[in-house]
Design a protein. Structure first.
Length: 371
């Protein structure tokens, strides 16, 4: 009797009523990690604190030549080494990146996968070559539809053996705002292994699944891409229907946890009196236009102060709010609205993959009297 991949790779599913996080999900959570929310204070996230989501193994790329092929429907196919890529004029962009599954573990029923709460987001400064420059030099052919990006990470998912691959529409790949990068540096240093060394794609405003790491191939095609990560995964669907693709980042604001935490529960404690609140807000659809804060569980909302954009359109913005805390239990909530009117819901629509969950954050806080 033969053996098949489905012996180790089962179908997607949602957790049953009362089903706890499994050992498999715990193993995923140990490999991947989120941003400690107190690190929202950094304008640019240090690489070791930046969230990590890796589908398969981290490829080992030390000490061996790495090439990037550009082919398919192009007039001048090319193979570039890392030295050639670093010879182009360098471009640096500050970009907030968020995993499409951020917030998945808060859904009911819970999709069984990487159990993100709200910490799968970070901001870094990425340096590289604009993707449009490389594609223009290669000469995108007439009738081109999608540009496919292939990473060196290889595995099996839902019984399908694959390299990690995603595609962008040609217009997005050639766009100037946002401008995608083939990046080779993060925060002024080489890409760390977990962040795609030696090359990765960075697509400002898009969820993390589009930002292919360990990039080794770019292929222009004249039909819509139908790879697994494009048509089976990363779709907003209720059940077995085709659903809508996951693309741009929905607006979200997060709060730096105030006060100090309990070790196990992470419950927050503050002293009565003036408690400054701060956090970050972002959207991949339009600039953040406002942030509101509630200190009573969403009954009353007040405007927070937004810091200026500062020339970084695709990075998060800091917000601040002055709170006078009285002894007792409180629930702090924060929500962002962007310039196109997109805002965070108070009740989250459910989807089978647990994607694009931008439910308003609620932070329970115990305020105690001053000693």
């Amino acid at each position: 009797m033969g053996h098949h991949l489905d012996e180790v790779s089962g179908p997607a599913r949602v957790a049953g009523p009362g089903e706890d996080i499994s050992r498999q999900e715990l193993a995923l959570a140990a490999r991947n990690h989120g941003l400690p929310l107190e690190a929202l204070r950094y304008d640019v996230t240090p690489p070791g604190l930046h969230y990590v989501q890796t589908h398969y193994d981290i490829p080992y790329a030390e000490g061996s030549p790495w090439t990037l092929s550009i082919g398919g429907r192009v007039r001048r196919p090319r193979v570039l080494g890392t030295a050639e890529l670093t010879s182009y004029p360098a471009v640096t962009r500050r970009v907030t990146m968020e995993c499409a599954g951020n917030g998945r573990a808060l859904l009911t029923p819970r999709p069984v996968s990487q159990p993100w709460l709200v910490e799968a987001v970070s901001t870094a400064e990425w340096t590289g070559v604009p993707l449009r420059v490389l594609l223009t030099e290669a000469g995108v052919g007439a009738g081109a539809v999608d540009v496919v990006f292939t990473g060196a990470d290889h595995g099996v998912e839902r019984g399908v053996e694959q390299d990690y691959q995603r595609a962008l529409p040609v217009a997005a790949a050639l766009g100037e705002d946002p401008e995608a990068l083939v990046a080779y540096a993060m925060n002024g240093g080489p890409l760390p292994p977990q962040h795609g060394f030696p090359l990765r794609l960075v697509v400002p405003g898009w969820y993390g699944m589009a930002q292919v790491k360990w990039l080794r191939g770019i292929t222009v095609i004249d039909i819509p891409f139908e790879g697994f990560q494009q048509v089976a995964a990363y779709r907003l669907r209720q059940d077995a229907e085709v659903g809508e693709p996951v693309t741009r980042i929905a607006p979200r604001a997060l709060l730096v946890p105030p006060g100090f935490p309990d070790f196990m529960s992470r419950a927050r404690v503050v002293r009565e009196g003036a408690v400054p609140l701060e956090g970050r807000a972002w959207s991949g659809w339009a600039p953040v236009a406002g942030v509101e804060v509630s200190t009573d569980g969403g009954r009353e909302w007040r405007e927070a102060e937004l810091e200026p954009v500062g020339g970084h359109r695709w990075a998060w913005r800091r917000w601040r709010f002055a709170w006078t805390a009285a002894p007792g239990q409180h629930t702090l909530s924060v929500r962002a609205t962007d310039a196109e009117g997109n805002t965070q819901p108070l009740r989250q629509p459910w989807n089978r993959g647990g994607f694009a969950n931008n439910l308003v954050q609620n932070v329970p806080v115990l305020c105690v009297e001053q000693d």
